[in-house]
Design a protein around this ligand. Structure first.
Ligand code: TMP
Length: 239
């Protein structure tokens, strides 16, 4: 496949067209943002870790029957994906209260939930991605009810697959965010799965090994990303 014209630049990735209709050429950047773009910085080699880790997770999920946009890993920072027509939703799955949920429900960060929690957010930067429910989505026509039900079920499936992989790597999967889109009428998992979009805690020490180190200025950010990559590679090998 050949890289063609630049299409779009997001906060963490650049998207290019390819010579084949229906496929994008994605480039992962080291740029990091938090709090809806208010905090900005760089995490050295984050693009490499997130590109390689996402590819590895997508492959493992495909093997477990979750359709993903991933097609081929090209090199350290680039991969080919299917060009999905994205649903304007973020699906967050949580096993342990942290971040915005801990604040919203008054739970201590680290409180173990008795069952996974699935949340829906409306993707809109100007609104700061508000938490919404199925009836908001139906009333506003943001997605069909059957598609919302499907992405919620896929979110739970991704949770059980990822949780098992991370447990083998000695890492507790606290929560994560997914984005989905359609391709030829079928729903696929898109975007990325990385320390940018998940909370990972060391199972023994509960040390944070994810983007909270950047969000909260905890230091050792690059080291945490590399540590997650190293441990997942031990479990799954390379993509
Ligand atoms: P939250 O606790 O801030 O709502 O975040 C829940 C999970 O979603 C956490 O793993 C980080 C991830 N996330 C993103 O990937 N992008 C975002 O913009 C936000 C707010 C969270």
């Amino acid at each position: 496949m050949e890289k063609r014209e630049f299409k779009y630049e997001g906060k963490a990735k650049k998207v290019y067209l390819t010579d084949q209709e229906g496929y994008y050429w994605i480039e992962y950047k080291d740029d990091a943002t938090a709090f809806n773009g208010e905090k900005r910085g760089q995490i050295l080699d984050k693009g490499i870790v997130n590109n390689r880790l996402s590819a590895t997770f997508f492959k493992a999920l495909e093997q477990e029957g979750v359709p993903t946009h991933f097609v081929e890993l090209l090199n350290d920072r680039e991969q080919i994906v299917r060009s999905l027509d994205m649903l304007p939703l973020e699906v967050v799955v949580r096993n342990v209260a942290a971040g915005s949920l801990a604040k919203r429900i008054g739970a201590e960060e680290g409180y173990v939930l008795s069952q996974p929690v699935v949340e829906l957010y409306y993707k809109d930067d100007a609104l700061g991605d508000p938490l919404v429910n199925e009836s908001h989505i139906a009333a506003m026509g943001w997605a069909k009810a059957e598609d919302v039900a499907e992405v919620q079920a896929m979110g739970l499936k991704v949770n059980s697959v990822l949780r098992a992989i991370m447990a083998k790597a000695g890492i507790e999967l606290i929560d994560f965010k997914l984005e989905f889109g359609k391709y030829n009428g079928k729903i696929y998992l898109g975007d990325e799965i990385s320390p940018d979009t998940c909370r990972f805690w060391d199972m023994v020490t509960r040390e944070k090994l994810d983007k909270d180190r950047f969000r909260r200025d905890l230091g050792q950010v690059e080291e945490a990303y590399l540590e997650v990559y190293r441990r997942v590679k031990e479990v799954l090998g390379d993509a």
